[in-house]
Design a protein around this ligand. Sequence first.
Ligand SMILES: O=C(CO)[C@H](O)[C@H](O)COP(=O)(O)O
Length: 240
Amino acid sequence: MSNIETGKKAAAFAAVNENIKNNQKVGIGSGSTVVYAVQRLAQRIKEENLNIICIPTSFQANQLIQEHRLNLGTLETCPILDVAIDGADETDKDLTCIKGGGACLTQEKIVASCAKQLVIIADDRKDSQELGTNYKKGIPIEVIPMAYKPVQMKIQDMFGGEVILRMAQQKAGPVVTDNGNFVLDWKFTKPCDSWDKCNTCIKMIPGVVETGLFINMAKVAYFGTADGKVNKRLFNKLQL
Ligand SMILES: O=C(CO)[C@H](O)[C@H](O)COP(=O)(O)O
């Protein structure tokens, strides 16, 4: 296993060990780190005979839940979740996260918003003081397809930087999300003084569905290192 995978696995296992209790409803995030979390969750459910309902944030998460034969729920049947466990592309000192590298940001944010706590799991490359330090792909923004061009232009005009339509790797054309939308990646040139204000401005643009900025949402983050150790960081910003 590579150093990075060792870090992801250590973070995911620690998060599941410390945050999952019997009879919980658990949001299951998306991405490669969450795969380890579901593995550990399945082990614990079997060994400890836990009763857990899992609510997916994507097609991938839905498949993971089913592959491990876990109880699958929806927000319709379980609108309030005890915890959501998810990866991140980058987090800053306040645990503000960039998410959506896997284009699942909208469902991830909906599920996280329904959870009493959002637990972030990642390898320690994702642990930055400031967004944009280590992750250079920008902030994902899910848009209604017909609006992608005007949204692209408006964000560039308002905030500068470059806004790129995310293209698919194995298909000619753009990435299409689980909701049938496109994804723009905003490569900002300098971090915003207030990500909160910036997020609100972007969300006001007609055609924007959601942004990959997760602000004041994560309560704790687990960062795994290459030697399998885990650094845990708690959300400690004053809630206004
Ligand atoms: O937001 C996400 C998907 O939309 C992922 O959680 C994020 O991209 C991190 O993925 P990985 O665990 O593969 O590094």
